[in-house]
Design a protein around this ligand. Structure first.
Ligand code: NI
Length: 171
């Protein structure tokens, strides 16, 4: 396993729609393992393949990431929201948008269908934080960041600050 570099906004890969995985090979399983290790190390509660520079529809999630004894890894290939219900607001952050959090409105409950690491279909019901993280990670697969879901004034303010920060760091 390996810890991978997490891309930061405004890296253009983060804006790209990721490709579906056509076959679950050992390479895909290795990607899942590396992504999980990277997520735990960060630490974060979710990670999508575009965040580590891979255009593949693969996500890993663990809402108990920070409590080692309670960890429960969810990994899904080609995830798809097949049902959603209710509305809720959570304060979100993102490993690709460091040092910023904002309230984002999302569905309260989602049902997500995809493939597990062995290519078997899995259907997972997400409620509470798990629902939020599923939606956040699937957004990543579609090139959408949480800051894209904010109102225009807040979004522009955050984008400006982040671009300035990126320029400073690249000097
Ligand atoms: Ni994120």
């Amino acid at each position: 396993m390996a810890i991978l570099n997490i891309l930061k906004y405004p890296d253009p890969i983060l804006k790209r729609k990721a490709d579906p995985v056509t076959q679950i090979t050992d390479e895909v399983r290795r990607l899942i393992d590396d992504m999980a290790e990277t997520m735990y190390e960060a630490p974060g509660v979710g990670l999508a393949a575009p965040q580590i520079g891979r255009s593949a529809r693969v996500i890993v999630i663990d809402v108990n990431s920070k409590e080692e004894g309670k960890r429960e890894l969810v990994c899904m290939v080609n995830p798809e929201i097949i049902e959603q219900r209710g509305e809720t607001v959570w304060e979100e952050g993102c490993l690709s948008v460091p040092d910023y959090t904002a309230d984002v409105r999302r569905a309260e409950r989602v049902v997500v269908k995809g493939l597990d690491r062995n290519g078997k279909e899995e259907v997972i019901v997400g409620e509470g934080l798990l629902s939020i993280v599923f939606q956040h990670e699937i957004d990543h697969l579609n090139g959408v960041l949480f800051i894209d879901r904010l109102g225009p004034i807040k979004r522009d303010l955050i984008r400006r600050k982040l671009r300035k920060q990126a320029r400073v760091e690249s000097i």
